[in-house]
Design a protein. Structure first.
Length: 206
């Protein structure tokens, strides 16, 4: 690790101690959100702290390597999306220690990478709960922000959504439901497709 990165990392970790929120940290532990080290710094403050550092891949990698909630969250803001590969996306998700972190990884970084749609479609085919959940979370974000391209496999996606909505996993069920609602909001034709899928579960899109 370069000396400049080491100094930045030290500076960032030192600032977490000054911003420690024991009440928030304790509340998260009670809710089952457990990290090796958690200073309880609010997300909006972490986002503001990340801004002066800009986009810095090496700093982001160093932050992500730390087993500290705030370091990993800051890494998702600092990592440049355009250079974040599919392999790194898979590795970071594997290394994501909690559902909270996985969701922020999708929200802050994965939805902006060039191959976002491709990896999301791959992930929803997997049996791994974390990857499947994040695949649907990622598709939901993409439907809202970008819609879909003309080659998007809508029928296949809806078939897989039907299976996901039978899941006993609440995170997968919730993520797949939210994604299909976002899919329905793209335009009238997608609304009708989603409506047809949901009718088999006796559900309506409002």
């Amino acid at each position: 690790m370069e000396d400049s990165i080491k100094e930045k990392l030290k500076e960032i970790k030192r600032s977490f101690r000054l911003m420690m929120n024991g009440v928030t940290s304790g509340s998260m532990r009670q809710k089952g959100i457990v990290y090796k080290l958690n200073w309880g710094v609010p997300v909006h403050e972490l986002r503001a702290m990340a801004e002066p550092y800009g986009k810095d891949a090496e700093l982001a990698k160093s932050l992500w390597a730390e087993d500290i909630r705030e370091c990993k969250l800051m890494a998702t803001y600092i990592m440049p999306a355009q250079t974040f590969s599919e392999e790194m996306a898979c590795q970071w998700l594997k290394d994501s220690p909690t559902q909270e972190m996985s969701e922020f990884l999708v929200l802050n970084l994965l939805q902006y990478i060039p191959s976002a749609q491709k990896i999301a479609l791959q992930w929803i085919t997997l049996e791994n709960e974390k990857f499947k959940m994040c695949g649907y979370l990622l598709l939901g974000r993409l439907f809202k922000s970008k819609g879909i391209d003309e080659n998007f496999p809508s029928e296949e996606y809806l078939d897989r959504s039907s299976e996901a909505m039978k899941s006993t996993s609440l995170p997968i069920l919730r993520a797949s439901m939210n994604a299909i609602v976002s899919f329905s909001d793209i335009d009238e034709s997608h609304h009708k497709m989603a409506e047809k899928t949901l009718k088999q579960f006796y559900l309506d899109i409002l």
